[in-house]
Design a protein. Sequence first.
Length: 247
Amino acid sequence: MKPIPLCWRIVLVRPRNPLNIGAAARALANFGLRELVVVKPYGPVWQETRSAVGAEEILKSARAVEKLEEAIGDANWVVGTTTGSRRTLDRHLIPLTDFARWLRRRKARGRAALLFGSEKTGLSNEHLSYCHGLVRIPTAVHCPSMNLGQAVALFCYELARSGALSVPLPAPKVDRSQPANAQSLEHVLERAARVLGHAGYFKPKTRASQLIKLRRFLLDLGLSSNDARVLGGVLAQVEWKIESAGG
């Protein structure tokens, strides 16, 4: 089986239990992953993290950031994990057992971020809007949600088993043919939002939901790095023209 050329980052969004962070770090160590990022952890939780025998180096190097965008900015692929039971989703959920096949069909390569939500609420609709795909663990209907540490362990095992892990990548080089990373797409979205704002596209009460739909639209386009650069330039020119005309 040909390996999938992806370098994975595990991202925990607002975890509440220090034991779960430790268990997640241990799972990374078990299956050869190295990079852990925690988004907006509860202060005491982050300081008390423990029970990660064999994963001390992963915890020492783990980053804590305030916003999801900081955790996924350089990722070419962003994947969310969800049971789907707490959200109204507009996409088909990928069973974990089909995840590697889904990646291969899309010829995924580069850097990938795998998102796990809070133990209490999971990933929000806004978090999910950054994701190219949503994956679920096939669990019993009467008890769909898993412990965070256990879920991370299962995903790490499946990535290793299915050949979806690669050796760590060097510092990213500009490759115009690679899928645009999350940071590039967000810059395009911000420019598009400003242009559409000038045009009166947004309604105050629905602006947030419209932006989520626009983000999903950009992801579905499958833009390359070069595409994002060109589209960003076009939007910048349109924005400049509107502003110089007093729009």
